[in-house]
Design a binder for this molecule. Structure first.
Ligand code: PLP
Length: 392
């Protein structure tokens, strides 16, 4: 059995510290927006190399408040991607704005900057790239386009704690950066959590107000707000975990390197981070045409595998009103068809990664395919299993 994710393994390493931190909060009688939250905000801002951090109750709330803080509202358009978790789109809709999807790059799987300018209209207010699977989007051209057109940039860094682009941390390049601390994230709470980071003090102040009913002081409501506060127990847990995030991230990166080496003889696409990037491997995905077959074989072998994401947001029933159709975002749709996420977490052992790859290889041998070769229209596309079958 190799689980897709092993949260118990992580807890067992740091149990005494976590238990003490939780007990300390319970003993303090202070449960929401207290000293643990303030301490976490200071430390997480430092980790992201930003001036400010405001902790909130979920990553979705972080995105919602970042959009409101940037002045996004009804009648506006926000350029984003459809190859993401649905929360990115949902937050734009919560703000009253309309999501406008551009396709992703077939190699990095993040927002294709070459498609942004064609999507800009007089209503465009912001660009919201997603650092998918832990690899940052191509931020330099995105920022250049945004500055040229007077647009705000909000980074969805929910999957990218500690990721870097040309030496700059996720969340620190755009005007605002948003994180999730959902338990399975690289930095995960024991419940829900999120944060907005920014260098601009007026933005940080706005997020502070919006997350807590718009209160400047108790019962002094300066603006209408929300109850998006982070609680003390989650912050206390995150304060403990923040001491480990770098070593955990390096362990993820080692596991990814091992997968890269083991998979190099199998002809399907692996993550290809640019040389300047620090990929933090929240997800390690490969691409293969016979994905569903491989997924079921892995699962039969007791190996947790997943798909991130099988149906892109623009083709979800919930967002049919946006008017997109199959074929509108060809790279996104291709990835949704052939992405396969392998187990990855800091505690994944080398022999476990080897077993995952051995199972994939066996699957390849058992299933000759009718189709062969890379798909002509997408040179970076995956090849089929049969292409790799060797005489034995
Ligand atoms: C890319 C992305 N954006 C936003 C979110 C929303 O975060 P949360 O679940 O904390 O609301 C998630 C994760 O769930 C995510 O993966």
């Amino acid at each position: 059995m190799i689980p897709f994710l092993d949260l118990k393994a992580q807890y067992s390493q740091i149990k005494p510290e976590i238990d003490a931190a939780v007990a300390r909060v319970i003993g303090s009688g202070h449960f929401v927006l207290g000293p643990e939250v303030t301490a976490f905000e200071g430390r997480f801002a430092g980790y992201c190399r930003t001036a400010h951090c405001r902790a909130v109750n979920t990553g979705t709330s972080a995105l919602h408040l970042a959009l409101l803080t940037a002045g996004v509202g009804p009648g506006d358009e926000v350029i984003t991607v459809s190859m993401t978790f649905v929360a990115t789109t949902a937050a734009i809709i919560y703000s009253g704005a309309k999501p406008v999807f551009v396709d992703v790059d077939p190699v990095t799987w993040t927002m294709d900057p070459g498609l942004i300018e064609a999507a800009i209209t007089p209503r465009t207010k912001a660009i919201l790239p997603v650092h998918l699977h832990g690899l940052m989007a191509d931020m330099d051209p995105i920022m250049a386009i945004a500055r040229r057109h007077g647009l705000v940039v909000i980074e969805d860094a929910a999957q990218a704690h500690g990721a870097e682009y040309r030496g700059r941390r996720a969340g620190s390049i755009g005007d605002l950066g948003c994180f999730s601390f959902y338990p399975g994230k690289n930095l995960g709470a024991f419940g829900e959590g999120g944060a907005v980071v920014t260098d601009r003090p007026e933005f940080a102040h706005r997020v502070s107000l919006l997350r807590d009913w718009g209160q400047e002081a108790k019962y002094d409501h300066a603006i209408p707000g929300y109850n998006y506060r982070m609680d003390e127990i989650q912050s206390a847990i995150l304060n403990v975990k923040l001491d480990y995030i770098e070593s955990w991230t390096e362990a993820r990166r080692s596991a990814a390197e091992q997968y890269n080496a083991l998979l190099s003889e199998l002809p399907f696409a692996r993550p290809q981070p640019p040389g300047h990037a620090r990929h933090v491997y929240h997800v390690y995905a490969v691409r293969l045409e016979e994905r569903d077959h491989a997924l079921s074989l892995l699962r039969d072998a007791g190996i947790g595998a997943g798909i991130h994401y099988p149906v892109p947001v623009h083709l979800q029933r919930a967002y049919a009103e946006l008017g997109y159709r199959a074929g509108d975002l060809p790279v996104t749709e291709m990835l949704a068809n052939d992405f396969l996420s392998l187990p990855i977490y800091p505690e994944l052992q080398p022999e476990q990664a080897a077993e995952v790859v051995a199972t994939l290889r066996n699957a390849a041998m058992l299933r000759p395919s009718e189709a062969v070769g890379a798909r002509a229209e997408h040179p970076q596309s995956v090849m089929t299993w049969s292409h790799n079958r060797r005489a034995s």
